[in-house]
Design a protein around this ligand. Structure first.
Ligand SMILES: [Zn+2]
Length: 476
């Protein structure tokens, strides 16, 4: 891998050496810290020749940018988890040399970008946290493996759950009988995706408001509201100002076993009078092969540029609306979307009064219903003001919450707390099965025989499902 990167660097060097004139200026340096990656972006007056030196497992990385001058401040990294310090070499007047001292092992990636969005030429240096990316890599492989054969909803997440929960079951001490009567189901998990981030600022309002900032505020509001709700919990896909690859956003949602995925954006249009909210779900037709092709292309591109060069809406729809080829997911998506747009219309104007369907899909992630909300037009001066306003941000979050709440109160997943609190009480002891349980483990934990447990519940095979309520026989 290391050699390959070096080779790649060298190739870049050779390829670009002819076209580069002496005297490139580095006009800006930005950095974005994501959980697994630190990205540095150098704004260039034109493409450069450069070289990255990083010996395997060494605690430093050297970046040489040839025939260039640094006209910008290098960001300082105080108590940064990866970068301990940065030093430039002032002795070399022909080129810029930057030395990074590292706190932990990284994998280095670098590439140059052509002008895109509001940026010109750029050189990107990515320091991937080796430990974290390796861990994520393993998880990803497992997910891919299991998704290959199975299509039914939730099987993928169930498989992951099985692993996790068997472990938990083993460690758990036997449950005292009096505790069993109190059955508490799980929280419904909503993955909240604030669009864009980092280098990809999304749309920009007249007064300089960035979409990435306001949608993050709305996302945080929504998380807070969800956490205050009984039986629900919000998970932020993006926690601060950094870019996450489009596919990664879904992986994060899946890792948290999300029941629903909502992506929050702000719209933009050349005509400043365009206004109001819209809600999108994936079209019934799902991923046609054309769309799949289009998507893969988009997604790779977006990963490379951090989203910046892409047309916002296309990028977003491509990234977020999954291959909801399953009727169940589609229906949930549509229902939540419909209730959300209704609530948004109560809170303000709507752009499209009906749920919009987009004919794009992202590869194969069929297990999480999702919607995309364009809360307002950042390109409309009135709405830009709204988007910046804290009270309004909370209002947008409330409208989205109302849509989600309506649906999940009506049709809660069977193993959720919301479903269980409405269930009639069953006399005697009972146990609600969670993913990963086996009958023999349940019998053992309650100190009853497997045969009696099966008999009482009229179970033939060992097939049990999450959410199913078992009667527990009295101790023998
Ligand atoms: Zn957007």
């Amino acid at each position: 891998m290391k050699k390959l990167l070096l080779l790649f660097g060298l190739l870049f060097y050779l390829l670009s050496s002819e076209s580069v004139a002496a005297g490139v200026t580095i006009n800006g340096v930005r950095s974005w810290t994501a959980p697994e990656r630190t990205r540095l972006v150098f704004d260039l007056s034109e493409p450069v020749k450069y070289k990255v030196t990083h010996a395997a497992n060494s605690s430093s990385v050297k970046l040489q940018i040839f025939q260039s001058r640094l006209k910008a401040e290098i960001p300082t990294f105080n108590k940064h988890k990866v970068i301990a310090s940065i030093a430039t070499n002032p002795l070399n007047t022909n080129s810029v040399e930057i030395q990074f001292k590292l706190r932990r092992a990284v994998r280095v990636k670098s590439f140059q970008l052509d002008p895109g969005g509001r940026y010109g030429y750029r050189l990107v240096l990515d320091l991937h946290d080796k430990k974290r990316t390796e861990k994520a890599g393993v998880a990803k492989k497992q997910t891919q493996k299991s998704s290959r054969k199975q299509t039914p909803t939730a099987k993928i997440s169930k498989q992951i759950l099985v692993k996790k929960q068997t472990k938990a079951v083993r460690q758990a001490p036997p449950v005292p009988p009096q505790a069993i009567k109190k059955v508490r189901g799980r929280d419904i998990v909503i993955a909240i995706d604030a669009g864009h981030g980092g280098e990809d600022s999304g749309a920009r309002g007249n007064e300089g408001t960035y979409e990435k900032d306001v949608v993050l505020e709305i996302a945080r509001n929504l998380k807070k509201l969800l956490d205050e709700e009984g039986g629900m919990r919000g998970v932020l896909v993006r926690k601060s100002d950094y870019y996450i690859s489009l596919r990664k956003r879904m992986e994060i949602a899946r890792k948290h076993h999300a029941d629903f995925f909502v992506s929050i954006h702000a719209d933009a249009f050349p005509d400043p009078s365009a206004r109001g909210s819209s809600v999108y779900v994936l079209s019934n037709k799902g991923a046609s092969s054309e769309a799949a092709f289009w998507l893969a292309k988009r997604e790779n591109q977006a990963d490379l540029v951090g989203g910046v060069s892409l047309d916002d809406k296309d990028d977003v729809l491509a990234s977020v609306l999954l291959d909801l080829s399953q009727a169940a997911s589609r229906q949930v998506s549509h229902e939540v979307a419909q209730m959300t747009i209704r609530n948004l219309s109560k809170a303000g104007t709507v752009h499209f009064g009906e749920v919009q369907k987009a004919g794009f899909a992202v590869l194969k992630s069929p297990d999480i219903p999702s919607m995309l909300v364009e809360v307002a037009f950042i390109s409309n001066p009135m709405e830009e003001k709204k988007l910046r306003d804290q009270a309004q941000q909370e209002n947008f979050a409330r409208a989205i919450l109302a849509g989600i709440r309506r649906h999940f109160h009506r049709l809660p997943p069977p193993d959720s707390w919301l479903a269980m609190r409405h269930k009639p009480r069953i006399r005697g002891r009972q146990y609600v099965i969670v993913a990963g349980d086996t009958l023999s483990e349940i019998a053992q934990r309650h100190q009853v025989s497997l045969a009696r447990l099966k008999d009482l519940n009229q179970l033939g095979q060992n097939d049990i499902r999450a959410g199913q309520v078992l009667k527990i026989p009295a101790e023998s």
